[in-house]
Design a protein around this ligand. Structure first.
Ligand code: FES
Length: 245
């Protein structure tokens, strides 16, 4: 996450803050080397904002869906690097948070129409997958508790359906990739598997075909126009009260 400190609040020096005994309701966390007292039930994102930083980048949905707020942290007396989403991970006493540089993933450009749904496609586009040492670091880093290593192994076997299935709930936060010693960008591998599966392997849905035809025939134009005129609150109500299959 990229943050910018607002002019209003100034963090107290680390020494002064660190001396205070944390109350039950508050926790001491270190943000970019400075100790701060924050509500003990705050999320990492909430704590950062509580002490006066303005989050300019690396935040989206704030509900654990978009994967924009991938975060790493350390805990006192523990050598491990922990990972989580800043918007849903609750702070812990002594948590140490630092700003991460952006980590762009290498992504090959491909034309889905020219690809074959087989293992050779992955060998060509993501050869590093075949360097997987099965260390399981990616799985441990996943804030969605996905079996990331299993879907990388499924990729090696050419089981595209399993890759699609196991990576289905991936948010593309990138925490697996930044921890991978083989430099695999797991979430992009999963994305390719989902695309290949959707285009070449999934059973075609007659229902979807029918609905697309209806949309093209302007069957829902009247409803769309009504939605466009509705207030946000009414739209929200309609959305949350919709029928779910
Ligand atoms: S801001 Fe969207 S997952 Fe955290």
């Amino acid at each position: 996450m990229a943050t910018k400190k607002t002019a209003k609040k100034k963090p107290a020096p680390a020494k002064t803050k660190a001396k205070k005994a944390p109350s039950k309701e508050m926790a001491t966390v270190f943000i970019m080397g400075v100790a701060h007292e924050v509500p003990a039930d705050a999320t990492i994102m909430g704590a950062i904002e509580y002490v006066g930083y303005q989050i300019k980048r690396g935040a989206g949905c704030r509900e654990g869906f978009c994967g924009a707020c991938a975060t790493v942290y350390r805990l006192p007396g523990d050598y491990k690097i922990y990972t989580g989403l800043a918007c849903t991970t609750i702070v812990q006493e002594g948590m140490w948070l630092s700003q991460l540089p952006s980590i762009p993933s290498q992504k090959p450009i491909y034309d889905l129409n020219k690809l074959e749904p087989d293992v050779a496609t992955f060998q060509k586009l993501y050869p590093e997958v075949f360097r997987c040492v099965a260390c399981n670091t990616c799985t441990k880093a996943c804030p969605q508790d996905l079996e990331v290593m299993d879907y990388i192994q499924a990729t090696i076997r050419g089981d595209i359906e399993a890759v699609m299935d196991l990576s289905f709930d991936c948010l593309s936060c990138g925490l697996c990739a930044i921890r991978c010693p083989a430099e695999i960008v797991q979430y992009n591998v999963g994305l390719l598997a989902k695309r290949l599966y959707g285009k070449y392997l999934a059973k075609k849905s007659n229902q979807l075909k029918k609905r697309i035809k209806e949309v093209k025939e302007h069957k829902f134009d009247k409803e769309y126009k009504e939605f466009m005129k509705m207030k946000k609150a009414a739209l929200k109500k309609l959305y949350y009260e919709r029928d779910l299959e």
